[in-house]
Structure formats: structure tokens, C-alpha cells
Write a protein that binds this ligand. Structure first.
Ligand code: NAD
Length: 495
């Protein structure tokens, strides 16, 4: 894969055409009241575009288009083989527009271009392709009834899906929803984050070019309390699939209850524990994965390994190696392909992260201080050691490159500390003892447990949450459960 150089990306950025309008029923359009909001490049603080600010009238229009095409059956009743062909063409187009999409993502979020190019965009295309390839291989069931009946259990698309996504992996997370929702035959209204709307708006045209019928994918840029909430309360939206904060997730559950009891699938926050035992066989590998697990994407990763639990006998050695490894993660210009750490999503989020660091100094000592970087909205690797487990930096999601380290002595203590959280997204265990690995994996209250790695995985396994990390099931065939209804058809047979 060619990463090019800084000049290449700067030139490309100058000539980039940015689509900033809503996409409803197969056409780009302004918001009904013509209002816009600014989307800003956090690394340069320059305004990238005035983006259409979708509100109630726009969401209603999009839902109506989605419902009409669903009821007509252009997509919902198309054969799985047909849907597969269109979605594969869609994935092809995403891949051939990889550089354009990666550049949009980096300009809009401040994430390094090497990561947008290597991870975000290929991962998004892979998600679409995985469900395209899966959908004509999913069978229904014939129930084991008496001979006097034929009972079938079939899956049908649910209808109109509202997909509400955050800004940390804008296109990737949108495609974790779009892949299974579209493959199953639903129509979708996608609401990207107001902080990162650009790739979703561009994506809509690629879907149309691939042959997706008008109305099947609509994109409404706008704010959560305007566009998002209208979707959540809409009586004709059948499912909300959401990734974002736990706070917003709770609101969506309420809105569903107050409207039509739509199904609500939530991928929410995290505060994941990364446990290293003294019998870990490759400490350097654990150090490297620990650094990537907290500093990648500037720490703005729901499943980031934010709480490092170190067995006391190896803690000093581990921390020494970790400090060295943190040198590989220093903020730089996101458009430079050599950069491994970009900026946070915006200055206001950087202020929140900085305020956690300031407050953390009252509860723990700073081994590494990531403040004082030259880039706007950037915070470098920050490590707190000997952190009290009940301090706010141990309990709350900071969503930045801030690691909190606590020492433990026994397996029981490590487990207790790891599970002592309102969240339950991920957990990792580093050990050379197979029995311990199995034992602990079963007892950790987290949707994904990693043994001797941090956050490895692919499309074949579900990404799920325990506790207040949500009930989401992104990726794998399990994601199809969110976007299909089970129907029983019981046929009485003549004796
Ligand atoms: P957020 O909850 O503020 O916003 C997420 C989306 O919800 C945005 O599109 C926003 O406009 C919309 N929204 C906000 N209020 C709304 C409302 N009342 N009704 C409808 N929509 C509304 O989250 P964020 O700051 O964009 O993202 C960061 C959060 O996402 C972190 O907590 C992170 O852990 C979480 N996250 C979770 C996963 C996962 O899979 N579990 C993955 C990535 C990020």
C-alpha cells in the first residue's frame, strides 16, 4: 500500500471537492431551512465546509423515502444474490476511492492519514463486503414438529433503520451498521456525528453509483438533539442502531419507550482493563500492545485498554519499557504518513481530556505527561501510576491517550479490580499459564476478552458490550439478528 508523503496529501487536500449536503431519496439537497454548521479540521483549525444541518423536516423526508422504497420492495424483496452483487460493487467503489475517503476522514477528525488509509477505509469496505458475501448463505429453519404440520422459522428485514454513529471511527462504524442492515434488505437513515460528517455524505453517492435503489440509504448530517432525537422518537423508524456514549444510549432507550418501542441496539462507552501477570512470556510484546491499546487513535477508542493492571513483581520493569515505547506515539501532522498520533477530535474535547489530567494529579503520580504539545487540540501519551481504583480517572471514560496503572498481587485481586467498573466492553490477560488464561477469561465481565494480545479480531467475531457498554452486536453473523425479525409460519397439513 502506498502511503505517499506529506506534499502529496497537502496537494490532494487543496484540490479536494467536499460534499456537504444531505442525501435523501437518491439526491443531494440542502436542509429544508437551508441552515448549515461548520466542520473544522482540528489540526489546522480551518473550516472545511458549511455542512447541511438536518432537522425534523429533513429527517421526516428521509424516513418517508426509506419507508416507501421498503414497502415497494425494490431492495427489501430483491434476491439475496442481487443484494450481494450491489453491495460488492459498493465495496469495490469504496476501495477504489480509498485515498479520497481517507483524506476526508483525516481532515475531519485529525486522525493520522496512515491509519485512515490502512485501517478505517479498508475496514469499512471489508464490513460491507463481508455481509454481501454472507447474505446468500443464511438459511431459515424447519422446526421439528409432528407430521401434520410444516413449521418454518424465517428471517425478514425489520424495515426502516436509524443508524446513529460517533466521530472516532466515522466511516468504519457506519459500515459496521450498513453492512448487515442493507444486506438483510432494510432501508437506512444514517446520522453521522456533527463532528465528522464528511465521509458519510460522500459514501451515499458511491452507494447510488453501485446500484443501491434510491431511498435505501439516506444520510442526514446534523446534531444529536435535532436530527438524532427526531429519528429516535420517529413512529415509523423500526430500529435504532447506535454507537456513542452511554449517556446518549440511555436517552435513546427512553425515546424508544416514549414512541413506538422501536428496537434499540447500543454500542456505548468503555473503561477496559488490561491485566499483565508476572508469568507473561513476552513482556516486550505486551508493552507494545499495551501502548497501541491506549495511544492508537489518540486514545479515542471505546475498547481502549485504559486501565493497566500490573502484577507488582514486574511492574517497574514493565513501566520502564512502556515509557520507551510511548516515544513511538508522539503527536504530529496527521497528513504526514510518518505520523502515528494525530489530534483529538476538537479543542473542546482536548480541554476535557486536559481537565482529567489536571484532576488526576490529585489522585496519582504522573509518569508521563502529554500536555504541552505544539499542535492544537493534541495531547500526547500520558501515564498515571499507583492510581486509586475509586478515583475518577480510574472510573470514568476519558476518551484520550491517558493510561491509569494499578498494581496487584494475586489473581483474585486482579479480577476484582478488572470487574469493578460500570462498563464491560473489553479486557485483556497476558499470561503464559493456559489454565489461568481460561479461568480468567470466563470470569471477566466483558464482551471481548483478549489473551496475549490487545484488541485483535476480524469481521468473524461479534463486538459486544456487557453492563453499561451496551447491548450492541456489531460484526459477525450475530449482527444480522439486529436487523431481522424472526417469523414463524405454521402450515397445517392434511393427514
Ligand atoms: P455521543 O453519544 O455524544 O454521540 C454519538 C452520536 O449520537 C452522534 O451522532 C450524536 O450526534 C448522536 N446524538 C447525541 N445526542 C443524541 C440524542 N439525544 N438523540 C439521538 N442522537 C444523539 O458520543 P460521541 O462523543 O460521538 O462518541 C464517543 C463515545 O462513543 C464514547 O463514549 C465511546 O466509548 C463510544 N463508542 C463506543 C463504541 C462501541 O462499539 N461500544 C465504539 C466507538 C465509540
Amino acid at each position: 500500500m502506498a502511503f505517499h508523503d506529506l506534499n502529496y496529501w497537502q496537494d490532494k487536500a487543496k484540490n479536494l471537492l467536499i460534499e456537504s449536503r444531505l442525501f435523501i431519496n437518491g439526491e443531494y439537497c440542502n436542509a429544508a431551512d437551508n441552515s448549515t454548521f461548520a466542520t473544522v479540521n482540528p489540526a489546522s483549525q480551518q473550516n472545511l465546509a458549511g455542512v447541511a444541518r438536518g432537522k425534523k423536516a429533513d429527517v421526516e423526508c428521509a424516513v418517508q423515502a426509506a419507508r416507501e422504497v421498503f414497502d415497494r420492495g425494490d431492495w427489501s424483496q430483491a434476491s439475496p444474490a442481487k443484494r450481494k452483487a450491489v453491495l460488492n460493487a459498493f465495496a469495490d467503489l469504496m476501495e477504489s476511492h480509498r485515498e479520497e475517503l481517507a483524506l476526508l476522514e483525516t481532515l475531519d477528525t485529525g486522525k493520522p492519514i496512515r491509519h485512515s488509509l490502512r485501517d478505517d477505509i479498508p475496514g469499512a469496505a471489508r464490513a460491507i463486503r463481508w455481509y454481501a458475501e454472507a447474505i446468500d448463505k443464511v438459511y431459515g429453519e424447519v422446526a421439528p414438529t409432528d407430521q401434520n404440520a410444516l413449521a418454518m422459522v424465517v428471517r425478514e428485514p425489520v424495515g426502516v433503520v436509524g443508524a446513529v454513529v460517533p466521530w472516532n471511527f466515522p466511516l468504519l462504524l457506519a459500515c459496521w451498521k450498513l453492512g448487515p442492515a442493507l444486506a438483510a434488505g432494510n432501508s437506512v437513515v444514517l446520522k453521522p456525528s456533527e463532528k465528522s460528517p464528511l465521509t458519510a455524505l460522500r459514501l451515499a453517492a458511491l452507494a447510488k453509483e453501485a446500484g443501491l435503489p434510491d431511498g435505501v440509504l439516506n444520510v442526514i448530517s446534523g446534531f444529536g438533539h435535532e436530527a438524532g432525537q427526531v429519528l429516535a422518537l420517529h413512529p415509523d423508524v423500526d430500529v435504532i442502531t447506535f454507537t456513542g456514549s452511554t449517556r446518549t444510549g440511555k436517552q435513546l432507550l427512553k425515546d424508544a419507550g416514549e414512541s413506538n418501542m422501536k428496537r434499540v441496539w447500543l454500542g456505548a462507552g468503555g473503561k477496559s482493563a488490561n491485566i499483565v501477570f508476572a508469568d507473561c512470556e513476552n513482556l516486550q510484546q505486551a508493552v507494545n500492545a499495551t501502548a497501541a491499546g491506549i495511544f492508537y487513535n489518540q486514545g479515542q477508542v471505546c475498547i481502549a485498554g485504559t486501565r493497566l493492571l500490573l502484577q507488582a513483581s514486574i511492574a517497574d520493569e514493565f513501566l520502564h519499557l512502556l515509557q520507551e515505547q510511548a516515544d513511538h506515539w508522539q503527536p504530529g501532522n496527521p497528513l504526514d504518513p510518518a505520523t502515528t498520533m494525530g489530534t483529538l477530535i476538537d479543542s473542546s474535547h482536548a480541554d476535557t481530556v486536559l481537565s482529567y489530567i489536571r484532576a488526576g494529579e490529585n489522585h496519582a503520580s504522573l509518569l508521563l505527561d502529554g500536555r504541552n504539545t505544539a499542535l492544537p487540540a493534541a495531547v500526547g501519551p500520558t501515564i498515571f501510576v499507583d492510581v486509586a481504583p475509586d478515583s475518577p480517572i480510574s472510573r470514568e471514560e476519558i476518551f484520550g491517550p491517558v493510561l491509569v496503572v494499578t498494581r496487584f498481587n494475586s489473581e483474585e485481586e486482579a479480577l476484582r479490580l478488572a470487574n469493578d467498573s460500570q462498563y464491560g466492553l473489553g479486557a485483556a490477560v497476558w499470561t503464559g499459564n493456559l489454565s489461568r488464561a481460561h479461568r480468567i477469561s470466563r470470569r471477566l465481565k466483558a464482551g471481548s476478552v483478549f489473551v496475549n494480545n490487545y484488541n485483535d479480531g476480524d469481521m468473524t467475531v461479534p463486538f459486544v458490550g456487557y453492563k453499561q457498554s451496551g447491548n450492541g452486536r456489531d460484526k459477525s453473523l450475530h449482527a444480522l439478528e439486529k436487523f431481522t425479525e424472526l417469523k414463524t409460519i405454521w402450515i397445517a397439513l392434511e393427514p
